[in-house]
Design a protein around this ligand. Structure first.
Ligand code: FES
Ligand code: FES
Length: 184
């Protein structure tokens, strides 16, 4: 993360690449990242459940790694990349395989925890692309579902792992096929 750009009238200028778009805003030094995202950058898909780093509802990716955005100061994200739930689907609205898996496996009831669960799952499956059920439960232990819908959530994460692994295999097979066509 880069140093702070400038300080003026007690406000600090921060620049963050949010869902692929470079954004700049003046914030108070005490401003939390979740408030910057929601109130100044319009990323209201990132929700606040507790604001005390207990529930995980506010989870986003900071430089590719999941963090609870209520436990990060906005100034700590200066110069960084932040990915939120609002940047996960394709531009044409096609759901990300993790979103699709949550949909198909009833991984949500009220949906309040879902943005955080999904973003944590992105990170979890990067850390461990083929987790066991116990590993999924351990990986999601910082994210609470008040509806206690964990069975569907765990199923969804494992389905997403399978879908992502299939798409990685087919992409690699397509690359091999394309390479053999070029060399033949
Ligand atoms: S709102 Fe951030 S962990 Fe609950
Ligand atoms: S689906 Fe209701 S809190 Fe998770």
């Amino acid at each position: 993360m880069a140093g702070l750009s400038h300080m003026r009238s007690g406000m600090v200028s921060v620049s963050v690449t949010v869902d692929g778009v470079r954004r700049t805003a003046d914030v108070e030094p005490r401003t939390l990242l979740v408030h910057l995202l929601r109130e100044q950058f319009g990323r209201v898909g990132t929700v606040i459940g507790c604001e005390t780093s207990n529930c995980g509802a506010c989870t986003v990716l900071l430089d590719g790694v999941s963090v609870k955005s209520c436990s990060v100061l906005a100034v700590q994200a200066d110069g960084a990349t932040v990915d939120t739930i609002q940047g996960l689907a394709a531009p044409d609205g096609t759901l990300h395989p993790i979103q699709q898996a949550f949909h198909e496996n009833h991984g949500l009831q009220c949906g309040y925890c879902t943005p955080g669960m999904v973003m944590r799952t992105v990170s979890l499956l990067q850390e461990n692309p083929d987790p066991t059920e116990d590993e999924v439960r351990a990986g999601l232990k910082g994210n609470l579902c008040r509806c206690t819908g964990y069975q569907g959530i765990v199923k969804a994460v494992q389905a997403a792992a399978a879908a992502l692994s299939t798409s990685a295999t087919s992409t690699s097979a397509e690359r091999t096929h394309a390479a053999s066509e070029v060399t033949s």
